[in-house]
Design a binder for this molecule. Structure first.
Ligand SMILES: [Fe+2]
Ligand SMILES: [Fe+2]
Length: 171
């Protein structure tokens, strides 16, 4: 049985993962609207990844006798100044999530909740991957600049990254 406070913290994280899923879906809509179909595909697939993060927490809470609850999820931002800004925003978001996960692991350790500490290891590794992924996209903009043809290239690149991720997901 999970301690009540730990269940509350994990519920908070569950709701944050739902927010993340919405954020990526919303940014996908923005990109599609602006004609960046590659970025849109990439972000939409990522939204599905975030739903899996949510599910994992949902199952952990249920399997440890706690009650998972879905709260009110705040609205993600709808408008961005540029495609580059979308990815700067999502990269910063991933960094924030990493901080949250690290905090949770720290609490688990300090309260000797080793089961939860062990459960969180997956998220620690996953956040490392996600930060790397989003940083690599932000770096692309720095490399190629923000001319129309550069953005076209980055979008094409994101399309092939999306195809690879899709392939990975199916496996
Ligand atoms: Fe996540
Ligand atoms: Fe994420």
């Amino acid at each position: 049985m999970l301690a009540k406070t730990m269940a509350e913290y994990l519920n908070e994280q569950l709701n944050l993962e739902l927010y993340s899923a919405n954020l990526y879906l919303q940014t996908s809509a923005y990109c599609r609207y602006k004609g960046f179909d590659g970025a849109a595909a990439f972000l939409k697939i990522h939204s599905q990844e975030e739903m899996k993060h949510m599910q994992r927490l949902f199952d952990y809470l249920s399997n440890t006798g706690a009650l998972a609850f879905i709260g009110l999820i705040k609205e993600p931002p709808v408008k961005f100044n540029s495609l580059e800004n979308v990815f700067k925003y999502t990269y910063a978001h991933e960094q924030e999530i990493t901080e949250k996960i690290n905090n949770l692991a720290n609490i688990a350790l300090n309260t000797k909740d080793f089961l939860t500490f062990n459960f969180l290891q997956w998220y620690i590794a996953e956040q490392n991957e996600e930060e790397k992924l989003f940083k690599s996209v932000v770096d692309k903009f720095t490399l190629v600049g923000d001319s129309g043809s550069s953005l076209f290239l980055v979008d094409k690149d994101l399309q092939s990254m999306a195809s690879n991720l899709q392939h990975h997901t199916i496996e």
